[in-house]
Design a protein around this ligand. Sequence first.
Ligand SMILES: Nc1nc2c(c(=O)[nH]1)N[C@H]1C(S)=C(S)[C@@H](COP(=O)(O)OP(=O)(O)OC[C@H]3O[C@@H](n4cnc5c(=O)[nH]c(N)nc54)[C@H](O)[C@@H]3O)O[C@H]1N2
Ligand SMILES: Nc1nc2c(c(=O)[nH]1)N[C@H]1C(S)=C(S)[C@@H](COP(=O)(O)OP(=O)(O)OC[C@H]3O[C@@H](n4cnc5c(=O)[nH]c(N)nc54)[C@H](O)[C@@H]3O)O[C@H]1N2
Ligand code: SF4
Ligand SMILES: [Mo]
Length: 715
Amino acid sequence: MTIMTQDWTAGLAPGEDGVHYTFCRLCEAHCGLAARVEAGRIVDVQPDKDNPHSQGHVCLKGITFHNVTYDPDRITRPMKRVGGPGEFAPVGWDEALDDIAARLGRVLDAHGPDAVASYKGNPIAFGIDVSFSLKAFLRELGVTKYYGAGSQDTNARLTACYFAFGSAVTYDIPDLPHCDMLVMFGANPLVSNGSMVWSPRVRHDLDAIAERGRVVVIDPRRTETARRYQHVAARANGDVWLLLGMLRTLIDERLFDEAAVAAHMTGFAELAREIARHDPAVCAERAGVAPDVIADLARSFAATPRAVAYGRLGVCRGPHATLENFLLVALNLLGGKLGRQGGAIFSRPILGGSQKVLTGGYGDTRSRIGDFPSVAQFMASAMLPADIMEPGEGQVRAMILTGGNMVMSAPGGAALVDALQRLDLIVSLDLYQTESNRYADYILPVPTFFERDDYPMAGLGSMIRPFVQVTDAVVAPVGEARAEWEIFNALLERLGKPTHGRPMEDLDKAFRLGPAGDAMGEREGWSFDRLREHPHGVMVDLPDPYDPWPRIAWPDGKARLWHPAIADEFARLIPEGGDALRLITHRDIRSLNSWLHNVPRLVRSQHPDLLMNPADAARLGLDDGETVRLSIAAASVTVRIALTDDMRPGTVSYPHGWGHHGGWQHANAQGGSNINWLLPVGETAVERVSGTTVMDGLAVTIERLADTDRIALPA
Ligand SMILES: Nc1nc2c(c(=O)[nH]1)N[C@H]1C(S)=C(S)[C@@H](COP(=O)(O)OP(=O)(O)OC[C@H]3O[C@@H](n4cnc5c(=O)[nH]c(N)nc54)[C@H](O)[C@@H]3O)O[C@H]1N2
Ligand SMILES: Nc1nc2c(c(=O)[nH]1)N[C@H]1C(S)=C(S)[C@@H](COP(=O)(O)OP(=O)(O)OC[C@H]3O[C@@H](n4cnc5c(=O)[nH]c(N)nc54)[C@H](O)[C@@H]3O)O[C@H]1N2
Ligand code: SF4
Ligand SMILES: [Mo]
């Protein structure tokens, strides 16, 4: 391995020999990286120890990512489908773009923009040019059907914020550096590196909180994070009851912040009346947590001035996900933690013009079938197959897939695959031939993050310590790969529509006009050019985050503890009965959703196994390491079980994103199964108020395989 020296010289051109400082764009941590280029190729990647934000933190994904850039299975030429699924042949760029534009134009002319849908994958959020250009492209075509990860990820949290704060784009983040008690619902930051809160050294933040006070992790699995701090092994989807129990203690014992409620909130009486209907003992039973543990959590939370409740995926995908997130926000509000140092703070605007209060973001469009609202533009994924299959005005006939591998990551399984094959046109911009775009008509090759300029735009709202960095591409795009923004402009040009410039350039201006900017040279501050002279990035000063009330977007300026939609959700609240096993998902530090399984160094020590408590296995007569059939209704996959008392009895967990059969040879050889194949679609699979796919905590059946069904999985 080459030993790195910090020998950066300002203005290294892409591909020039030397060490290029840049940042990882795989997860929200956005760690600083130092990439050594020799003879035009990245030969080694190390942590950038001089990055003031990540301070040398990285994980194995970031420092092995050049293996993706140079992966022999990567798509580096435009590919056209010439036969069945997965049968592609290379074509020239002009031929591909001409044909795509002609076919897209025909769909638009004959059926209008509602016949075209977009699927935007998770990595697109972390590329500034691609995300802005995709938006501009769809806007020019009049396309408003945005599908993507939202309904498997953020929708419920953002919907709850809309009801509480009046905006689905204003969410609160935990002020980790000043916090003395963090109550964490369904998040595993030691593996995920934090989500909807950006802090690359999140473990150091949590350790410091535990040192000063408490970190409590509520999770049906004793996760890597739970193991390090205090674990409350609640039942899957039991959080709504746990939260009701905590709120009941706060209200009954008058431990809430009465002054804050009176000055800044409405709806207290309605919320209190509803909460009074729920018996703490019953709540505790349904949460699967002892009553005194819940009461103690509430009292300790109330008594700790610098405390905050935070929740992520584990509370974002159950049948009551919006209600759970709303009660979580209510806990922070009633506890007097919003805007408190060490409590919950709103992100600090960094772009000019964004200081204004943003409203809406909820229900701007609705699904054609089922009438579900979009949230921050994302439609309910569970309705995509019906949107393609059901005839009528607005039936989807063409799709643009930008990143995203929905066959692995969205619900639908066989129904989704069937629907994709009915489309007139699928165009995919991706690095690989995946389980989803094997049904595409074209796959267009795009750069990896090492091959493009960027700025950590997506995180600016969630960074607890504001940081900015501008990076140029480290190397030029491999093969014939072309930036997505160039592809979208080339298509717009052929369709006779107005094209747009490079989004990075517009953003520079917005940044310069924002609070950290130089006001176009009028004052001391930052511009992208000046940032380029600071290759490790810089920490920036932004306005005080401890005055949240001007950011409430409801016309009366008050946060809401009640909303008619929340009343409806309470009316719908029924306890989950039965003793079926419930399925949840876990992540691995060396995986990223569905697409890093082709890097041998990352996958060699991973085991896609169904984690199960030994007591459940004994009840079902199953052995450790056995391959079993896992089913939801009629859909089933085979998985290998691994027994561990980390799982709460009654809950099983499987990592998502496995079971490959795309163009990634190494990934295909890893075995495992795609559990999203099991997830139902259609109206009953959707949590109504947020369009969230109900996918965590579904009841599953597990059977021994008959001897003839047994298959060998790699060890
Ligand atoms: N290494 C790695 N990092 C990643 C990713 C990755 O794939 N790999 N993905 C990135 C993405 S896209 C995201 S959105 C973030 C997600 O970030 P996190 O939400 O922090 O990550 P998860 O591991 O999904 O954690 C969810 C936790 O919820 C628990 N859980 C499941 N059901 C319930 C429930 O009903 N109640 C409670 N209380 N807990 C429950 C699960 O056991 C799990 O530990 O991670 C990001 N970072
Ligand atoms: N069962 C279960 N399902 C889940 C989850 C879970 O925890 N459990 N998590 C959900 C969550 S939180 C998320 S965010 C989604 C993620 O699901 P998706 O949004 O579908 O994302 P990925 O599966 O990560 O697939 C990303 C694709 O983008 C491509 N790609 C990578 N970089 C780029 C780029 O720069 N440009 C372009 N054009 N393409 C690129 C990759 O090759 C890959 O094909 O999965 C969701 N699905
Ligand atoms: S934690 Fe790993 S994947 Fe996430 S930004 Fe840092 S290096 Fe990249
Ligand atoms: Mo996500």
